[in-house]
Write a protein that binds this ligand. Structure first.
Ligand code: TEU
Ligand code: CA
Length: 575
C-alpha cells in the first residue's frame, strides 16, 4: 500500500514565464500576466503552479543562470507581484512551486565575481577551480575531457587567475562547489527564504549533478569524433548526492513542502529509489529521462540520425518506471512535455491538423491514468504542436540550438548535413516548447499586443489552436484535460494510489494497462498510438463504467469482449 501525501494527490502546471502572458507589451511574458490567468488555471483544475525561473538573471539560458536568488528579474516584475500571485493562488486553494537552480549560478552572481577575482578570495572555493594540464609541447589543456551540455569543453580558462572553472552547461553557468559547507548553507538559506515567503516547494534543476566524483577523472571516449566526452558517470549520482538531498529534504519536511528533482542520466534504479523512497527523507519525486531520451542522444543531444523507436520501447520504458516505483515505495512525476522538450503531440502522437486534437487527448489519457503526480506544460492542454517546418533558423532563440548550429557550420558546409540538422531542430529543439502561449486567434495569439514583436514568433496555427476556442468547447483538448484531472480526484483510490500492471506486451499500435485499487477495483486503459483502426484483444472485458473516452463514447458503445479503437482512440473503463 502507498503512503498518503498531499503531493501525490495534486497536479502541477508548468509556466514558462517568458512565453505565457505579456501584460506590459514589451514582448516578454511576466508575473502580472500570470496573475491575470490564474482563473484559467483554476478552471483547468490544476492545483500547483510551477514557474520556471523568475529570479534575477542575465538570461543567457532563459533564467537558468541566476545572478541573485532573492530578487525577481525586472523583466518579470517584482517581489510584490510574487506576493500577489501567492495570494491569488492560495485564495483558490492553489500553490506556488519555484524553480531552484543551484547546481550552478550565473557568472554574473556576486559569488562568482568574487570567486574569480583572486585565488585568495573567500569565495574562491565556492566554485570548482583547477589548474591547467600541459602537454609535451607546452600546450594548455583543461583539467579533464568532459563535454559541456551546450557544446565544447566543460572548462573555461580564466586569464585573470590562470585557472579553469567547471561549467557543465554554458560558459556563463559556473558549477557551485557543494563540497564547501558554506555553499550548502547558502542554498538552505535560499530554500527557507522562499518557503517563508509562501512558496510550497521546488522543482530542482539537475539536482543530481551537485555531487561530483573527487578527482574529476577523465571520461571514457564515447564520441571518437570529439575532443570532449560525456562525463556524466562522474556527476550524475556522485558520492555525496544523498547526503546533500537529505539535508534539503529535512528543511522541506519541516514545511510539508513539495519537491521534484530533475535527474537526467540516472540509469541505476537504486539511485532513483534512494532519492525518492518514501522513508529516505530526500525528494518527493523526480523527473526521469528514459522516455524523453527515446529519440535523442545523451543529454538531449541532437543526434542527426534520429533513432526510430518502436512502440514496444515506449511501453517498456513506462512499464519499468511505473512498476519499479510502486514496488519500491517511490513516487513518479508524470510528464511528457516541458520547456526542454518538443511538443508531445508532434513527438509521441500526431501533430497534423486532422489528428492533433484527438491524439493529444489520447496522450492525456495515457499519461493521466498512470501512477504519479501529473505535470501539464503550458499549451499541452490545448494540443500545441511543434514549430512549422518552414521556419528559418532565425526563429530559433535557444542557446542550445544556436550553439549547435554555430559549431556545425564551423565544421561543414555540406548542404545535406546542414539541412538534416535543421530538420532535427524542428523535431527536437527546446524552442518548440517556448513559442507564445496561444490564448486566442488575434495577432501574436493574444500573448501580447498587436503592435508588439514578441520575443519568439507565435505559431501560425494559433488561429486554430487556442484557449479561447477551447475553454467552452466540451470536445476540446482543454476540456478533456479538465475531465482527466477531475477524474483523478474522483477515482483517487485507483488512479493515485492503485498499483500498475502493463498488459498486452506485444501490440505494435496499442499500449494498454490496468490500475488496481486495494479494494479490488480495476481501471483498464487502452490507447491507440496509430492512425489505423485496431482490434485490441485483451482479456475479455466487461465494462462497469466508462471513465474517459476521447471519442465521446458512453458505456453502451463498449461491447463485451475485445475493444476496437479508431485512429488515436483512447478509453479508460472500470472493469
Ligand atoms: O535541464 C537539464 C538538462 O539536462 C537539459 O540539458 C536537457 O537534457 C536538455 O535541455 C534537453 O534538450 C535543465 C533545465 O531544464 C534547462 O532548461 C537548463 O538549460 C539546464 O538545466 C541548465 O540549467
Ligand atoms: Ca512583459
Amino acid at each position: 500500500p502507498q503512503h498518503k501525501a498531499w503531493w501525490k494527490e495534486t497536479s502541477v502546471y508548468q509556466i514558462y514565464p517568458a512565453s505565457f502572458k505579456d501584460s506590459n507589451n514589451d514582448g516578454i511574458g511576466d508575473l502580472p500576466g500570470v496573475i491575470s490567468k490564474v482563473d484559467y488555471l483554476k478552471n483547468l483544475g490544476v492545483e500547483c503552479v510551477w514557474l520556471s525561473p523568475i529570479l534575477k538573471s542575465p538570461q543567457v539560458d532563459m533564467g537558468y543562470d541566476i545572478s541573485d536568488y532573492k530578487v525577481i528579474d525586472p523583466q518579470y516584475g517584482s517581489i510584490d507581484d510574487v506576493d500577489t500571485l501567492i495570494k491569488e493562488l492560495s485564495s483558490r486553494d492553489m500553490k506556488l512551486i519555484m524553480d531552484l537552480v543551484v547546481n550552478h549560478t550565473s557568472d554574473q552572481h556576486d559569488w562568482f565575481k568574487q570567486s574569480r577575482s583572486s585565488k585568495d578570495s573567500e569565495y574562491r572555493d565556492w566554485y570548482i577551480w583547477r589548474p591547467a594540464r600541459y602537454d609535451a609541447d607546452g600546450k594548455r589543456h583543461p583539467p579533464n575531457n568532459w563535454a559541456a551540455a551546450f557544446q565544447g569543453s566543460a572548462w573555461e580558462w580564466d586569464e585573470g587567475t590562470q585557472e579553469y572553472y567547471l561549467h557543465l552547461f554554458a560558459v556563463e553557468q559556473p558549477d557551485l562547489n557543494w563540497e564547501n559547507s558554506k555553499v550548502r548553507d547558502a542554498v538552505h538559506d535560499i530554500i527557507r527564504f522562499w518557503l517563508n515567503r509562501g512558496a510550497s516547494g521546488f522543482r530542482m534543476d539537475v539536482i543530481n549533478f551537485i555531487s561530483k566524483e573527487p578527482g574529476l577523472p577523465d571520461a571514457p571516449v564515447s564520441d571518437p569524433n570529439s575532443e570532449w566526452q560525456d562525463g556524466s558517470r562522474y556527476f550524475s549520482a556522485g558520492p555525496r548526492l544523498h547526503e546533500y538531498l537529505k539535508d534539503m529534504g529535512s528543511i522541506l519536511k519541516e514545511h510539508n513542502a513539495f519537491s521534484v528533482g530533475e535527474m537526467p542520466f540516472v540509469h541505476d534504479p537504486k539511485e532513483v529509489i534512494k532519492s525518492v523512497g518514501y522513508d529516505r527523507g530526500e525528494l518527493a519525486m523526480i523527473f526521469q529521462f528514459a522516455h524523453v531520451d527515446i529519440d535523442h542522444g545523451p543529454l538531449g543531444d541532437f543526434s542527426l540520425q534520429s533513432p526510430k523507436w518502436p512502440l514496444s520501447r515506449l511501453r517498456e520504458i513506462f512499464n519499468t518506471m511505473q512498476t519499479f516505483m510502486y514496488v519500491n515505495g517511490g513516487w513518479n512525476a508524470l510528464y511528457i512535455e516541458n520547456h526542454d522538450q518538443p511538443r508531445s503531440v508532434s513527438r509521441f502522437a500526431n501533430g497534423k491538423p486532422e489528428y492533433r486534437a484527438r491524439s493529444s487527448k489520447m496522450l492525456a489519457t495515457f499519461l493521466g491514468c498512470q501512477a504519479g503526480t501529473p505535470f501539464v506544460y503550458e499549451g499541452q492542454e490545448l494540443g500545441m504542436s511543434n514549430v512549422p517546418k518552414e521556419w528559418p533558423i532565425e526563429e530559433y532563440k535557444d542557446l542550445k540550438t544556436l550553439n549547435h548550429w554555430r559549431v556545425l557550420n564551423s565544421q561543414t558546409k555540406d548542404p545535406a548535413i546542414l539541412k538534416e540538422a535543421k530538420g532535427e531542430y524542428q523535431k527536437k529543439a527546446r524552442d518548440n516548447a517556448r513559442t507564445p502561449m496561444q490564448w486566442d486567434a488575434s495577432p501574436h495569439a493574444g500573448f501580447t499586443s498587436a503592435n508588439t514583436t514578441p520575443w519568439m514568433t507565435a505559431m501560425p496555427n494559433h488561429t486554430e489552436v487556442n484557449a479561447a476556442s477551447q475553454v467552452n468547447d466540451p470536445d476540446s483538448p482543454f476540456s478533456y484535460w479538465k475531465s482527466m484531472l477531475a477524474m483523478r480526484k474522483k477515482y483517487k483510490d485507483i488512479v493515485v494510489y492503485g498499483n500498475f500492471e502493463m498488459l498486452d506486451e506485444t501490440h505494435e499500435k496499442v499500449i494498454a494497462y490496468v490500475r488496481h485499487s486495494e479494494k479490488g477495483e480495476k481501471l483498464l486503459v487502452v490507447c491507440n498510438f496509430s492512425s489505423d483502426k485496431v482490434e485490441w484483444k485483451g482479456e475479455q472485458v466487461e465494462a462497469k463504467e466508462l471513465v474517459l473516452s476521447n471519442y465521446g463514447h458512453s458505456l453502451k458503445d463498449v461491447g463485451k469482449g475485445g475493444i476496437s479503437l479508431d485512429a488515436y482512440e483512447a478509453i479508460a473503463l472500470l472493469v
